[in-house]
Design a protein around this ligand. Structure first.
Ligand SMILES: [Ca+2]
Ligand SMILES: [Ca+2]
Length: 123
């Protein structure tokens, strides 16, 4: 378990695609904010791109969410609701070219979906 504080950035990558409208959270600057201690976010990464300076941990179809913990504790992040092969990574930072790697997962629990468990300190 790693202890981290402040903003957590989550990247979900998976199914490739093109000739689709760009997802609204394709670029780091347009990341979707998640709030609360639990929740679900859904969206598509069809047509999503890898932008300049972005850490390339898997392939290029990244979409972004951000979350700032308001309560310290252990949290799980997963992509189990996804219908395609995902890769999940968590970073801290405010600029796509200077993110600090926290954790990543490709396949969890004999699936192609991803799971990360983290202990965090309220930011
Ligand atoms: Ca992207
Ligand atoms: Ca996977």
């Amino acid at each position: 378990m790693k202890k981290i504080k402040s903003i957590i950035i989550i990247v979900l990558v998976g199914a490739a695609g093109f000739a689709y409208a760009l997802p609204p959270n394709d670029y780091f600057a347009d990341r979707e904010t998640m709030t609360g201690e639990s929740g679900t976010a859904s969206g598509s990464n069809m047509g999503a791109t890898l932008e300049d300076g972005e850490p390339d941990y898997s392939n290029s179809n990244t979409v972004w969410w951000s979350w700032t913990p308001t309560t310290s504790g252990s949290y799980e992040f997963d992509t189990f609701g996804s219908t395609f092969d995902t890769y999940l990574a968590i970073f801290t930072g405010n600029s796509v070219s200077s993110l600090s790697y926290v954790a990543a997962n490709n396949n969890a629990d004999s699936t192609v979906q991803s799971l990360i468990c983290l202990e965090v300190v309220a930011g």
